[in-house]
Design a protein around this ligand. Structure first.
Ligand SMILES: [Zn+2]
Ligand SMILES: [Zn+2]
Length: 399
């Protein structure tokens, strides 16, 4: 059984690649991906699956019921592209200006469809159910949360015992190497929006106005001091002010100054602390200068946390299916974020990165995910498909 799935995945790898290329050439962004959804439905046609489409997004939820009773496992593949104009010379490169599968979600979709086929062929041996979660809107739209609100976690009639997601990487990891870690694997990514409200006037007479700019500058540096002085260095905060806007010319004091920061944290506790601390700091600096500040902390994706037992199981599965030494424990979480975090808040599971860097490129210097030049190699498709299928098959056998 164990070796069979990888062999079968290799046998259908051309079809998996064809699906991947079709999705790649016609990328769609956000929550509404009708063409991608159509391609997935076509790939699943004729399989013994219960299929549901999303209402508020173009998701596909497919449930496979094994011939024998057992638990439920969820496998997730995201399907959306990014607002980037592709600059690769791949034969199947994007035909849509301003849209590109630069995060490899085309591979996830194709591998998950391939895994559905392989598992359907093993329906008679399957003890339990598999939920295939084809998800739009990972890149900022929170598609996973919407699918949860539309019932993906209950699609098989009971909560999954475990949930798994794979994510390809065009750089950093050599081709075929899987990497993850127990506990936090990706950051929470929230946003701090600040408007400092003063009173405009002539630049030569600041005492007659209420200048928001020096106070806003003080906030930017004070936020960095807050990060280093008030947070544990081993449970860190990354705070970057990425936009700062005020004023029109040299001799006019503006009415207000605005800035926005991204705030990354690695535990729910620190996330809660920084949410309050950052807002208080900004407001009190404003008050100290006789100004007011509107400060809003907007929640993005939460921390992605792998379950200890499920990541240990996933590590064993990688080693047994594709080979010893093919799993490496990541020393640190990634500072990016992932909306599979919403699934892992409710279901124990694991999120794994998988190297898809072309074999002739150096992972250290290859264009990274979200680059207009990012290239993900088809050679990962068969193994990725087999890993998805084996994670479900073996996890259900474990009971
Ligand atoms: Zn991405
Ligand atoms: Zn991604």
């Amino acid at each position: 059984m164990a070796t069979g799935i990888l062999d079968d995945a290799r046998a259908i790898s051309e079809e998996i690649a064809e699906l991947r290329h079709a999705i790649h050439a016609e990328p769609e962004i956000g929550l509404d991906l009708p063409k991608t959804q159509h391609k997935v439905l076509e790939a699943l046609a004729g399989l013994p699956l219960e299929i549901n489409r999303g209402e508020s997004l173009s998701s596909v939820t497919a449930v496979l019921r094994g011939a024998r009773p057992g638990k439920t496992v969820l496998l997730r593949g995201d399907m959306d592209a990014l607002p980037i104009t592709e600059r690769t010379d791949l034969p199947y490169s994007s035909r849509v200006p301003g849209a590109m599968h630069a995060c490899g979600h085309d591979l996830h979709t194709a591998m998950l469809a391939g895994a559905a086929r392989l598992l359907c062929a093993r329906q008679a041996d399957l003890a339990g159910n598999v939920i295939f979660m084809f998800q739009p809107g990972e890149e900022g739209s929170g598609g996973a949360r919407l699918m949860i609100s539309e019932g993906v976690l209950d699609a098989a009639g009971e909560r999954p015992a475990a949930a798994f997601a794979l994510h390809v990487s065009s750089s950093l990891l050599p081709l075929g190497i899987a990497a993850s870690r127990a506990g936090t694997v990706m950051a929470a990514a929230d946003t701090l929006h600040v408007t400092v409200r003063g009173r405009g006037g002539h630049g030569s007479q600041p005492h007659c106005a209420a200048d928001p700019i020096p106070a806003a500058c003080e906030m930017v540096t004070a936020l960095q001091t807050m990060v280093t002085r008030r947070f544990d260095v081993f449970d860190p905060v990354v705070l970057t002010v990425g936009t700062f806007h005020a004023g029109t010319t040299d001799n006019v004091i503006p009415d207000d100054a605005k800035f926005i920061a991204t705030v990354r944290t690695f535990s729910a506790r620190t996330r809660d602390l920084v949410r309050d601390a950052a807002v208080q700091l900004v407001r009190q600096i404003a008050a100290g200068h006789g100004l007011a500040a509107d400060a809003e902390f907007v929640d993005g994706y939460p921390v992605t946390v792998n379950d200890q037992a499920e990541i240990a199981f996933a590590e064993r599965t990688v080693s047994e299916v594709v080979g010893e030494g093919r799993y490496v424990t990541a020393p640190n979480p990634l500072t990016g974020s992932e909306d599979f975090s919403y699934v892992l808040e409710q279901v124990p599971g694991a999120f794994l990165m998988v190297g898809a860097c072309p074999p002739d490129a150096d992972p250290a210097t290859a264009p990274f995910n979200h680059s207009a030049e990012a290239v993900f190699d088809d050679a990962i498709l068969a193994e990725g498909t087999a890993l998805y299928a084996e994670l479900a098959m073996r996890r259900l056998s474990a009971g």
